[in-house]
Write a protein that binds this ligand. Sequence first.
Ligand code: AVJ
Length: 324
Amino acid sequence: KAETGISLVDLDEDGVDRAFRADVLKGLRQQQKAVPARWFYDEEGSRLFEQITRVAEYYPTRAETEILGAQGAQFADLIGPERAVVEFGSGSSVKTPLLLEAIAPAAYVPLDISGDFLRQSAAALAQKFPGLPVYPVEADFMRRVSLPDEVSALAKLGFFPGSTIGNMVPRTAVDLLRSMRATLGADEGESPMLLIGMDLVKDRAVLEAAYDDAEGVTAAFNTNLVRRINRELDGTIDPAALEHSAVWNDDLARIEMHLRATRDFSFEVSGEKFSLRKGETIHTENSHKFTRRSAYTLLLAGGWTPVRRWLDEEERFSVILAIA
Ligand code: AVJ
């Protein structure tokens, strides 16, 4: 069952996403210019991300998929078949089926702010798992979400793969983990569980290569943000004046992606004037990496107690099961 509801995307009279414009203008007014990473994912950005997951240097998707494929029997043991799986995000066509096959849950509830994408992937999954009730919910999962009545009596398993938690600074990540507790009913009935992918700290060269592949797919993904700003927000940014940069920040244990000005230049976005000096950057993404302890500390701060942790064969990526 998938009903069309009111879109959560707030468009102005010209069809421009107000939140996108507000985030971009606010970010460009800062001393260190920045645009939140969530705005990468327009149609072209989502296509480029898919392509990133297939480049040789970008190991996280392959490593996590390996874990999900290899540990199904243990997931089934620890999680059981009685829960509703609540996925934070629309679900990937590869990882989600691995989990659903392994535990054969009572229901599947994907949550996503983008209704079109959500309904598409929910329909594909419902086809692949004919006996499985699927209840897509169009919602911003950064806040507490009301789940459908059909799953109110079931215990929940939250699923948050991809190390997407790593795109948030710790304060935001803790807020999200606490919202997940509330969404999954931590204070009602049986304690919810959470299965979460968290990428690991490793050799700097391996990390930097994963975010600056030789084919230039990640560079294109980064620069696509500028093309989106130009198209949707009347931007006049010359994409050729910006170069992709991916650098490991060792103090904060994260890869930072920036777009760096190769010369001084000025530009406009939505009629507002901005300028960059040669060498200045627009910060476009953080991708935090974790150790066993830093992952556990973050989860505990968000109200989740780690139960079990799995790694891929090469020990590049972790999947952690936690309980509220
Ligand atoms: C899917 C958001 C986790 O941070 O590794 C890939 C996005 N950015 N290459 C990541 C991404 C550049 C990815 N996440």
